[in-house]
Design a protein around this ligand. Sequence first.
Ligand code: SF4
Length: 137
Amino acid sequence: MTEGVRNDRVRIIVVNEINLDERLCLNFCPYYKPAKNDKLACMGFLVVETLIERGGEITFDASKKKLNAVTEEKLMQNLCIVCPFYEDDCDFIQQKEKSLPCGGFTLLGNLLEANIIGIDDIKSGSRQNGLFDKDRR
Ligand code: SF4
């Protein structure tokens, strides 16, 4: 169940009792701005949210280590390519000055490398969020 709780400045997303702004964005995302009232979530966030809604055991104590190149490529092909920020707004994809990926990318990559989830989980999460468009591939 997703419940949006809004105060004056910050929208807090609570999924199955987990505050995703805090557990995911604050902990893992170098671009997180607590006061920013974003209406548009990146695909990393949306897929993590979907996996939790499905009852997946997502652990947020995964390390933030750099992902290997194979994992990064899998995520770019199955997650980033359907992200609303992919075309113009993601510095990591645009390879701007060694920019880091978003927190969802890092968390999902760590979970993939730990075999806690598989790439099919990411593919289906992307599809569920309605932005999967074969024509963009
Ligand atoms: S790394 Fe960039 S393109 Fe990929 S999911 Fe995150 S914000 Fe979107």
